[in-house]
Design a protein around this ligand. Structure first.
Ligand code: PLP
Length: 394
């Protein structure tokens, strides 16, 4: 007999998740004339690049699509293997990082297990472990410490029930990095407290520093890395992700994947993803062209607002978002009102920090077209100053 308690429930599932909010917001922002949507954390999609690459393949593209590749399209697997210096037989292709996160939660966690999750952070990091009945223990990454992990705090939070630690590198939304040294140290300390812990690092923003630092999965078999095309490559439209893991975990994930995803990502999207990675240098040039000026634009926006006390925070050296604290906001509801006002009056769309467990912050995407970003930030400045003046006179 199936009883109610036999079915794990997400007790804490919010009424509106971040991704539901984002989709609803997108419907509004794209139908609002003369608006600026600064909610995305990806770089502007370089669609023309992909179209050119498909054209250049000619009839070869057709033959890729005609071939069945049960363990992942070799064009994609080989590209991942070469770029990240990681063996192809330890790579699982998934339908985005999201599905990899869920598969990992299924593989590593059972009801009652504990999972340490960075906060602020990406909401599915919490919801995926909870979906399988695990208990999420927040691991603070504080803005005032540049979102570093406090190692002593980490050790204190690990118990005999801890099975997984979930971090992002670069951190979303802080966009700061963890070095290989820090990751090794963190993992060793965690393992000393509990030898069964696995460290999962979401590297979807990591390709911004790929040339300086390899994947964390190469550091130890107990470390799993996740990645995908939606951020650095700007190719969320190809919803492909990948997991780099030890052989035992790869085998387990493949079994679970058959149930959750059938054959995994569709072969068509794997071929497209393979093309992107084969030409990754072109995509790197694209984000550099955008982000070098955009970081300057973001600095020029943020500095005067920080100097005048309206916001706190800084522009990280890398990445596609900034996450300043709104000093005049007393609580998450005030930030919600601000975000709604900005959309209605200034026609600028940003994300309320509550969706990233930073309730007094807003997240501003800086990976778009430079001229439009600059214009959007001018309007955002007006809206933020009006909010600060109103807060002061209350
Ligand atoms: C840290 C992080 N991981 C994963 C994702 C989503 O990945 P995917 O679109 O590949 O499922 C996001 C999207 O915002 C993210 O911020």
């Amino acid at each position: 007999m199936i009883t109610d308690t036999a079915i794990p429930r997400v007790e804490t599932m919010p009424e509106q998740t971040y991704l539901t909010w984002l989709k609803n917001n997108f419907s509004v922002s794209t139908t609002t004339p003369d608006s600026y949507d600064l909610t995305s954390s990806g770089v502007m999609p370089p669609i023309a690049l992909l179209v050119d690459q498909i054209r250049a393949l000619g009839t070869e593209f057709k033959s890729y699509l005609e071939t069945f590749a049960p363990w992942g399209e070799p064009l994609l697997l080989d590209s991942i293997s070469q770029i990240y210096h990681y063996p192809a037989d330890r790579i699982v292709i998934t339908s985005g990082v999201s599905s990899a996160l869920y598969l990992l939660s299924l593989a590593l966690l059972k009801p009652g297990d504990e999972c340490l999750v960075e906060q602020p952070g990406y909401e599915p990091f919490v919801l995926a472990p909870e979906l399988v009945g695990a208990r999420v223990i927040p691991l603070p990454r504080r803005p005032e410490a540049d979102y570093a992990v406090d190692l002593e705090e980490l050790e204190r939070l690990i118990t005999p029930r801890t099975r997984m630690i979930l971090l992002s590198n670069l951190h979303n939304p802080g966009m700061t990095d963890l070095t290989d040294e820090q990751i090794r140290d963190l993992f060793q300390r965690a393992r000393r407290r509990n030898p069964d812990v696995r460290l999962v690092i979401d590297e979807i923003f990591h390709d911004f520093i790929r040339d300086e630092q390899g994947t964390a999965a190469a550091l130890d078999d107990g470390i799993v890395a996740l990645n995908g095309l939606g951020k650095v490559y700007g190719m969320g439209a190809i919803h492909v992700g990948w997991m780099l893991a030890s052989p035992d975990l790869v085998a387990r994930i493949r079994q679970l994947q058959e149930i959750v995803e059938g054959q995994g990502s569709t072969h068509v999207t794997e071929v497209l993803a393979g093309l992107v990675l084969q030409h990754h240098a072109d995509y790197d040039a694209h984000w550099r062209r955008l982000l070098i000026p955009n970081h300057r634009i973001a600095e020029a926006f943020l500095t005067p607002l920080v100097d005048s006390g309206v916001l706190s925070g800084r522009v990280s050296e890398h990445g596609t978002v900034i996450f300043p604290k709104v000093n005049g906001a007393a609580d998450a509801d005030a930030v919600d009102r601000l975000v709604r006002d900005l959309a209605e009056r200034q026609k600028v769309f940003v994300t309320a920090g509550r969706y990233f467990y930073g309730p007094l912050h807003i997240r501003i995407g800086i990976g778009g077209d430079s001229q439009r970003l600059e214009a959007g930030l001018v309007r955002l400045t007006d809206g933020l100053r009006a909010f600060a003046n109103a807060a002061q006179s209350r």
